[in-house]
Design a protein around this ligand. Structure first.
Ligand code: SF4
Length: 165
């Protein structure tokens, strides 16, 4: 299975959602969060957005600082920081596989925060573990049990987990 940035994003939010996504299970057709990409986009700051597409990844902005390539991901809030960090690391790793060495920057303009994300051998090992775990989750015959979290309220799959809504 091809692990994507969307799987990485949800891995740190809900493993059950990763399973449902991996099986291509359709979310509630009426749900406003149906388009999962839209949820990620809504958590991404839209102002002056200049997306750059490289292979199957889409990054918010790229700039050069001397010889260094800097990939910036602009987020609305740091609420899903772990997802944001690993998503950016996934982008840096994908770029590396294309022969582009870059460092990353997470930007939270509304909170006036900035965080560096760097590709290192150690971080790469962590990312590989996450990717491997996503593959394991996807292979399971049944999804992980639902766990009630704040995110469930916004989740397009909530009917699968909490039939009472
Ligand atoms: S409703 Fe909650 S438990 Fe179910 S998939 Fe969504 S986030 Fe996960």
């Amino acid at each position: 299975m091809a692990v994507t940035a969307t799987h990485i994003w949800y891995y740190f939010i809900c493993k059950r959602e990763v399973w449902l996504l991996s099986r291509g299970i359709a979310a509630d057709q009426e749900d406003e969060n149906l388009d999962l990409g839209r949820f990620i986009d809504r958590n991404t700051y839209q102002k002056n957005k200049k997306e750059i597409v490289a292979g199957n990844i889409k990054v918010d902005r790229v700039r050069k600082e001397g010889e260094e390539v800097v990939v910036g991901e602009v987020k609305k809030s740091s609420r899903f920081k772990e997802s944001s960090r690993y998503q950016l690391l996934f982008y840096l790793d994908s770029l590396r596989q294309m022969g582009i060495e870059a460092r990353g920057e997470l930007l939270f303009p509304q909170e006036k925060k900035r965080e560096k994300v760097e590709w290192t051998e150690e971080k790469k090992k962590e990312l590989d573990k996450v990717v491997e775990d996503i593959r394991k989750i996807a292979k399971k015959p049944v999804p992980p049990a639902p766990k009630k979290i704040n995110f469930c309220k916004k989740c397009a799959y909530r009917e699968y987990c909490w039939a009472e809504g």
